[in-house]
Design a binder for this molecule. Sequence first.
Ligand code: GLN
Ligand code: ZN
Length: 758
Amino acid sequence: MTTVHNLGFPRIGGKRQLKFALEKFWQGDTDSQALEQQAQTCFEENLRLQANLDFQPVGDFSLYDHVLDHSVMFGNIPERFVSESDTDLQRYFRIARGRSPQDEEQQHTCAAEMTKWFDTNYHYIVPEFDKQTEFSLNDKPLLKQIHQARSQGYTPKPVLIGPLTYLLLGKPKDEVDPLSLLDKLLPQYLQLLINIERCGVEWVQIDEPALVTELSPEWQQAYHVAYQALAKCHIRILLTTYFGTLQQNLKLATQLPVAGLHLDAVRGHSEVKQVLACLPSDKVLSLGVIDGRNIWKTDLSAILDWLEPVARELKQRLWIAPSCSLLHVPVDLDSETQLDPEIKRWLAFATQKLDELKILGDALNKGRDAVASELKANQQAVDSRRQSERVHKAHVKQAVSTITDRHLRRQSTFDKRIRLQKQALNLPLYPTTTIGSFPQTSDIRGLRRNYKQGHLSLTEYEQAIKAVIADCVDKQEQLGLDVLVHGEAERNDMVEYFGEQLDGFTFSQFGWVQSYGSRCVKPPIIYGDVSRPKPMTVDWITYAQSLTNKPLKGMLTGPVTILNWSFVRDDQPRAETCRQIALAIREEVTELEQAGIGIIQIDEAALREGLPLRRAEWSEYLNWTVNAFRLCANGVDDGTQIHTHMCYSQFNDIIESIALLDADVISIETSRSDMQLLDAFNDFSYPNEIGPGVYDIHSPNTPEVENMVDLLQQAAKRLPEDKLWVNPDCGLKTRRWEEVLPALRNMVDAARQLRQQE
Ligand code: GLN
Ligand code: ZN
């Protein structure tokens, strides 16, 4: 018999119930009881949705973040959050958010850092370590969930982050080596396993995704030590790896003294054979055969073709599951009433993925005949997608096939281009500009809502947005900025706006995925060949340019960012999809140029986010992403100035690729790093122009003139001053005008002071 199980389920609720409960609680509109009640409802609903699996994951549910739950469970609370007066819940949110609901302003604490969970868009709260770090066990909440699940007739399989992945995810606050803490941490894990076993639990799932990353020999050795220690307990451990291949950790993973191993058989399919060959014969092998990172239906018959022989070989030692936790996909496709029925048929969200798994399990256990109609329906859906003319567009494939190296290059080198651009633009030294968006006020959002609900006609909506643009241009002129923008009032989101206008994209109503805490994103779905039926931004931007004699910077989102923030089709390489998007954006770029726009910014906020987990794979990714950017940007004349923007602050390891983008100007986030990050550009002798962000737009505070002058002087020590631009760290859409105006006034002032010092 093959066992069917799951590694984890989305927690936020199919209609984001937990999100809304959290936010009400944080605002003080409800009490902790109301929040806990909603959490309990979501927890029970999740169990119910997973009822027909052989095991239900428990411990994957979380009020904010499962890594933070582990820090709390192991008593790893940074000193600054230890306060007598806090309840557990208050302290929990204080760590996550820097504040607890009842706080006065002065009680705010610096929240723990947050960072990306491996290569996903989920962000976890980073555990902090120092030499004094001690651990203690506080497992009551987890044990309570186990009891609840058992008392309701479920077979819970508790889910833990493994000790080594936990240590690896944390951040040392002094010179402490996280590995040196393992000896202190292991006894707590062991005690936890003993306590879990006492609840009557047979299997526990221990997640060690660190095993798909490059590990030093010390860390590899530590795996032996850790799992030897945990083997003292009799509970059966399913060691779980996901998000990639094991490679040099493969032997290690198969040989640890645990009862079973889970493998990501989607991304790590190539290793299944090898693992089968070296897995000891007493171990369970769990194969993650359903993609937990995407929303496409699985070709079940194709899976069965290779899985059936494995099942015959392993017999009851085979388990099947999604490749990773389903945290990264939306809850239920059945909620979608507005998706095109043909496209909807190709999709599977978390609930449907579990249905697929169940069909696979039945096919393996009872024979394909037992689920013949399900398999047939699946086959028809898969075939319909494969053959659909909605997916495959001859004109797109044709256009992509004509791309040559020539399309990736500007006409001349930067030196020559910048001379022409300087002549055309006639900007002062330290030119000032912004990153694109201005406040998205509730008025603007109201306009869009009214338009979408049919209360405003298209003409009325466009007129109203134009009034906002005119006001925004006027304000920028008053401020004395040198390069203006139209302000992005017409955009709900920098990716969705373009996706809605491109062919090959569709949008769900409830396809939310947790990004962090209560924050969710609803990624567009790229289902087919991408093309641009008509101009997307040209009218807005030329309208804005018509209002001013100053140069107006056209604003686009780049192909890599559109790709990385979407659900991407899995029937062709990501690079191919990216190329199609790039070609569509290229058309927009050239049309902006033809319409007289002399500066065009193409944002690549998410370029870094798509970096593969393993260094060895970086160069391939950087190669096709850089080429996609070059393809979209480089169809213009020398005199047209291409800008790009990236909102993160780590460039040293990708600086070569950043230079290869060959954007005439790049604006980056720097204010919080005191311009130190410009060292990377300096060391590399980065040739093009740079706008290092001079103030942090995430803070409501008004940046001081002296402070920005100082930052720019520091920048000028690292880079030639005639290459420097002056701009904020990022877009201003989340700020209020009352904050934006004084901040930009000071920024313009700072630039003027620097010019006078000449
Ligand atoms: N142009 C976008 C804006 O200003 C860029 C946003 C981003 O980098 N995330 O909002
Ligand atoms: Zn940004």
